[in-house]
Design a protein around this ligand. Sequence first.
Ligand code: SF4
Length: 332
Amino acid sequence: MKPDKGAQQPLLEVKGLKKYFPVNGGFLSRKKEFVRAVDDLSFYVNPGETLGIVGESGCGKSTTGQMITQLLEPTAGEIWFEGCELTKLSPEEIRRVRRDMQIVFQDPYASLNPRMRVMDIIAEPLRVHGLAKGDQLKKEVLELLKVVGLGEHHADRHPHEFSGGQRQRIGIARALALKPKLIVCDEPVSALDVSIQAQILNLLKKLQSEFQLTYIFIAHGLPSIKHISDRIAVMYLGKIVELADRDDLFARPKHPYTQALLSAVPVPDPALRKQRIVLSGDLPNPAKPPQGCTFHTRCPYAQALCRVKAPVLEELEAGHSAACHFPLPGEA
Ligand code: SF4
């Protein structure tokens, strides 16, 4: 697929990105096996936009986010950020680039050091990069707390004294401390109550327009992705199976897997309710993916060709790509 990036130069572009994890093939096995967690991903993100990445647990979406933010080394592929190919940079150069790309994790409690005060948690990246100290450091932390909707009195407390939503606000403040250009939000609302999810999503949207941020927003369900994304990539077993503008994807899904995910989204109006498509079986073992189209074991439309030939991601309409031999024609 050749993406239409418009007139803009993408902030981030990944090409042929792969991450294979070796797995033990058994005591007597000589053959080395690999889990293809991410298998040949290519996409771009324009400045100021939000690319949503959605898929079931184990589809490779978080691994993708960790490779982009340099927390995991890719097996192969290129990651271009502002014209620099990150996999070719020295550790010192990577350290500098990391300031511009931050990550917000799913579990705000596990990602915050329980022994540190909030002041020190948010100040840490500024200290590590030598960007502020003394009164200036304190001033910047207090300002960040205000920006994420917390008060100055929260600075001396520890993470266990906060609710899940407040802890996620602290995680966001820490991610904002270095004034990044790109933030990878790795399931930032999955562990929160529904009412709190909306507050955090609204906060992320507000911060995006205030600080011209670019997001990659990872989630396993479509409702939160719909709320925040401009474009959405649907992943299945380490590959993108569909990529489109948000409204187009929701109105006219072309891949049967996207159609099944959409059918599970609750609709408030009973007249508009669609029949739920329940996928049979579990996600196949990524160490032994099915031949041909990896979705054929669960696809209600699978035909003989699907069992032998893997479809490639192709642009079927302007800005709308899918990897399917028999793409769906019309409305969701
Ligand atoms: Fe289903 Fe075949 Fe399309 Fe795969 S290629 S999604 S099995 S119709």
